[in-house]
Write a protein that binds this ligand. Structure first.
Ligand SMILES: [Zn+2]
Length: 415
């Protein structure tokens, strides 16, 4: 009898020890705030980093075992869904990062630790903050100017949900990628089955007050519009495509509106057309095709092009202003855009290399290519700064050949 009693005590002891080492989460709604408690039971190093402009808080907690936070993302998402629009959980070694993007109804937060047992307490303020607001509660800035970004965010979320449903039982990154590719193929099949037209959105770069690059008597905004219109003509003659241009005349359209346009039109493909510029080397010629890469440009040329093409609306793309948010966005549907974009880029290369000096397919972080679920590329047709290339861009015959090649690449990609 005594032996059994001891065994029970030992088992109980082991259970408590095991439990005491675990990282656990509790939460409850209080009057005016929602409290989340991360219990670690041993003192750990942690820090907070708020990004008030984006209403984002990043909590870093050290010395956490990966296994203990397996379901943390799901738990937090469920608990905080009324006050938080996005949650990211990132583990690297024994470091845990929790990224929280607050909704507008959560005007602030407070975070502190308590001892024995050791707890990190996060209070999310959910009622209007009074006059006696505490020092470490921040008031969110006016977000009304960011409305358009929020629409994109919403659509990203909706689309990613479709993807997630498809890949729910798959685990490795590779199989998720394959599943996404399958998802896209499925989409192409339904296009054919329903016999609907393929929706192509062409985006003539720049326009209006933004001329783009100018050299050799040419303005980038004029060339891009002419080429886009010519591609449209070929596609419409074909009969299998419905074509939209993000602008039909010489007017200014901000970058985020261009990608939003493609999303709203439910585009099957998005092609942004530009001219390259390298004032420091006017003999440099050739064609580049770019696909989206959320981590930023790879090559030196890609870096130059990236900063030039993103310049006009830098203030609109704050969403990717910090790397944590980038990682969350990357988690979402954008990966299929990148995979399919590269596939389409290869078709472009095949056709364009016959008529131009095709330099390479590269990737960079373009604001205009953030079109989740839609294969998207940016074509830098030729160098407007090179007299040789400029002469070709001036020629109706060359622009016609170039446009025809893009049309052929689109056909090859879809059929
Ligand atoms: Zn451009």
């Amino acid at each position: 009898m005594l032996k059994i009693k001891y065994t029970i005590y030992i088992l109980l002891f082991l259970f408590i020890v095991n439990f005491a080492n675990a990282f656990s989460v509790r939460y409850a709604l209080h009057d005016g705030f929602f409290r989340v408690v991360f219990q670690t039971d041993k003192e750990v190093a942690w820090k907070e980093k708020p990004y008030p402009r984006d209403k984002i808080l990043v909590i870093t907690i050290e010395d956490v075992n990966k296994d203990e936070v397996k379901n943390l993302k799901e738990t937090l998402e469920k608990a905080l869904k009324d006050y938080v629009s996005k949650i990211g959980v990132i583990t690297r070694g024994k470091t845990l990062k929790i990224v929280i993007k607050f909704k507008n109804n959560a005007p602030g937060y407070k975070i502190f630790s308590l001892k024995s047992p050791y707890r990190i307490v996060l209070d999310i303020v959910i009622s209007p903050v009074g006059e006696d607001k505490e020092k470490d509660i921040y008031i969110s800035p006016d977000l009304s100017k960011r409305k358009n970004i929020d629409i994109i965010g919403k659509i990203i979320k909706e689309r990613s949900n479709i993807h997630n449903r498809k890949v729910v039982k798959r685990k490795s990154v590779k199989s998720v990628k394959i599943a996404k590719r399958k998802f896209y193929k499925h989409r192409l099949k339904t296009i054919r089955k329903r016999n609907r037209k393929i929706i192509v959105v062409l985006d003539p770069g720049h326009g209006g007050k933004d001329p783009g690059a100018t050299a050799n008597g040419l303005k980038e905004k004029d060339i891009t519009l002419k080429i886009a219109k010519r591609i449209k003509t070929y596609l419409e003659r074909d009969g299998r495509f419905k074509v939209y241009l993000t602008r039909n005349s010489d007017k200014f359209v901000p970058l985020y509106k261009r990608s939003l346009f493609a999303i709203k039109r439910n585009a099957d493909i998005f092609i942004s057309i530009h001219c390259n510029a390298l004032p420091s080397n006017r003999s440099f010629t050739g064609t580049y095709v770019y696909t989206l890469n959320l981590r930023g440009a790879k090559s030196k040329m890609a870096k130059i092009v990236e900063s030039r093409e993103n310049k006009i609306v830098m203030r609109y793309i704050k969403v990717s202003g910090n790397s944590y948010v980038n990682r969350i966005v990357a988690d979402l549907a954008v990966s299929s855009t990148m995979v399919e974009g590269r596939k389409f880029a290869k078709h472009l290369k095949k056709h364009l290399r016959r008529i131009t000096r095709f330099r390479k397919i590269d990737s960079a972080n373009f604001a205009v290519l953030k079109t989740p679920g839609i294969p998207s590329v940016l074509i830098e047709t030729l160098f407007i700064t090179s007299p040789r290339d400029a002469n070709r861009l001036k020629s109706w015959k060359f622009r016609d050949k170039f446009s025809y090649s893009v049309y052929r690449a689109i056909v090859d990609y879809f059929f």
